[in-house]
Write a protein that binds this ligand. Structure first.
Ligand code: ZN
Length: 204
């Protein structure tokens, strides 16, 4: 009995690896915008599309280190994707798949800050998407100190996917402090780990 408890404790302290429950996990990572569509821009000329690609690359690397298979919708700065090219993901046999679209917000007032999480309430698997949004929103507040909002969204990519899907806006591309953080590799790793942990803990 004592041995069993020790083993159980060991397992719980190891980071939940993707195959603990015998499930393969796939994460579709969508770096928002790109190519002809830079998305939001900072006064200093930073493009949302470059910032989201940086975050996507870090998330991809860390997800793979945690035995999560990854698909990147966009891998290059100069790549322009249509909504159709970046969405339409369906469940696959043998996998639990998740879709995370990375964005930064914009506002005329450069001091505006905050996080936003979007899901589509009518989409298949919306319950799981909402759980993901809940957990990521709380984690983001802890990491960057900005308030998080969660909203139902009619975004095309969310409506075209039938796997749990969330758009994650981690701060504002128009706020220089948020941009500075977004470029920091340690910050990228913290947000990536939040997303990975949330996925591993939100089974369906
Ligand atoms: Zn965006």
């Amino acid at each position: 009995m004592k041995k069993l408890i020790t083993v159980a404790l060991c397992i719980s302290t190891i980071f939940l690896s993707a195959d603990v429950y015998g499930q393969k996990i796939k994460l579709i990572i969508d770096a928002g915008h790109g190519g002809k569509d830079p998305g939001a821009k900072s006064k200093a000329g930073d493009k949302e599309s470059d910032l989201t690609l940086m975050m996507a690359e870090t998330l991809q690397k860390m997800a793979q280190e945690n035995n999560i298979e990854t698909v990147m919708t966009r891998t290059k700065k100069d790549q322009t994707l249509t909504h159709e090219q970046r969405s339409g993901y369906k469940p696959e046999a043998g996998y639990k798949a998740y879709y995370i679209s990375l964005h930064m917000d914009k506002d005329k007032n450069a001091s505006t800050r905050g996080n936003k999480l979007y899901y589509n309430i009518k989409a298949v698997n919306s319950g799981i998407s909402m759980k993901l949004a809940d957990r990521i929103s709380i984690g983001l507040e802890r990491i960057n100190g900005n308030k998080s909002k969660k909203e139902d969204s009619e975004a095309i990519i969310l409506k075209r996917n039938t796997i749990p899907s969330v758009m994650v806006y981690y701060g504002y591309a128009t706020n220089l402090q948020d941009v500075k953080m977004a470029k920091d590799p340690a910050y990228q790793r913290e947000i990536s780990m939040l997303i990975i942990r949330t996925i591993l803990e939100t089974r369906y």
